[in-house]
Design a protein around this ligand. Structure first.
Ligand code: NDP
Length: 304
């Protein structure tokens, strides 16, 4: 299908040019007329210079310039914090606007936000992503959509700019539920591998061969196949996704299980361990650095 001319496509606003928001917004800029806003104005100015996107001075001004507004902030509370006040999104939304929230947020908060927007005649879709900053650059993210059919149809048109697998999971909040559970499993894998590899190192098995055997055996995972070889064994630890955000995601999944009356002893313990790692390593540590806590405790380094 051929693309409509640029002026006939929906205008998009993107708020939150962080580690993953920036490359996602850059993909949107290739397909749609784009306006961006970032809390720290310098980030938006540099993005505008690099991509030709317009820069808005406030969330309100960003919303005024678009039919579809995307947010990608650390938490749902941060998204809620942009809604109100004279410079807020609600003051700027055009009639029938759609908010597509790519934050890895909380289902309950999303339902709250959606209800407020619906009362003002606007739509809401939760659209968290998976695939990391590399996936955002390549346009190969998985996008998990929660919302009403009509809104999801409209959201799909825009998120295809950075998404490859785009899945509509159900009503508002289901995208966020799916994302939280995915990241909870990622967290459990990271924590388990930290224990396993340090125990093996102490038992005299070198980390390189240990990871090689795991990856040819049934104990393998994305963490053992990709994260540990690329980031831990090499000692590179590139900053792509903050441990603080993984802790937040595991917490959302635990809350969800609680609300649904589902026992979750493994997840509850993972949340505690992540909180401890976050306290030790700080707010800027990358997620895979959680293994440094195991390394320090065992007095080993998991390098090839
Ligand atoms: P970062 O911490 O790198 O960036 C956060 C962005 O949100 C920055 O633009 C920051 O602005 C802005 N921000 C922070 N607090 C507020 C606030 N209170 N009000 C307005 N803006 C605010 O996060 P990421 O880009 O890594 O993550 C964004 C979301 O995407 C998170 O929910 C995360 O869990 C999720 N995610 C991240 C992935 C990754 O690989 N990084 C992968 C998949 C999902 P400023 O520039 O001023 O700091």
């Amino acid at each position: 299908m051929s693309e409509p001319p640029l002026h006939a496509r929906p205008r998009v606003a993107f708020l939150g040019l962080g580690a993953i928001g920036r490359p996602m917004a850059a993909r949107v800029a290739r397909l749609y007329p784009l306006t961006v806003w970032n809390r720290t104005a310098e980030g938006a100015r540099r993005f505008g210079e690099a991509t030709g996107a317009r820069v808005a001075a406030t969330p309100r001004a960003a919303a005024e310039a678009a039919e579809v507004v995307l947010t990608c902030l650390p938490t749902s509370a941060d998204v809620e914090g942009l809604l109100d006040g004279p410079d807020g999104l609600l003051a700027g939304f055009r009639p029938g606007a759609l908010l597509v929230d790519c934050t890895s947020g909380s289902p309950a908060a999303s339902r709250r936000i959606a209800a407020r927007l619906r009362a003002a005649g606007h739509g809401f879709v939760d659209a968290p992503v998976s695939g990391g900053t590399n996936g955002a650059e390549a346009g190969s993210l998985t996008v998990m959509l929660g919302g009403e059919e009509q809104d999801v149809l409209q959201a799909r048109e825009v998120v295809r700019a950075f998404g490859q697998r785009i899945e509509h999971l159900g009503g508002v909040g289901t995208g966020h539920a799916m994302k939280a559970v995915n990241n909870a499993l990622l967290a459990v894998n990271i924590l388990a591998l930290g224990e396993a590899l340090t125990a093996l190192a102490r038992a005299g098995v070198r980390p390189g061969p240990a990871v090689g055997v795991l990856n040819a055996s049934s104990g393998r995972s994305f963490v053992s196949e990709v994260l540990v070889p690329e980031r831990v064994l090499t000692g590179r630890f590139p900053p792509t996704f903050r441990l603080a955000l993984l802790h937040k995601d595991a917490g959302i999944a635990a809350e969800l299980a609680d609300e649904c009356g589902v026992d979750h002893p493994i997840l509850a313990h993972a949340v505690e361990l992540l909180a401890r790692a976050r306290a030790i390593l700080g707010e800027e540590a990358d997620y895979i650095e959680a293994l440094r806590v195991n390394e320090r405790q065992a007095g080993v380094e998991l390098r090839a």
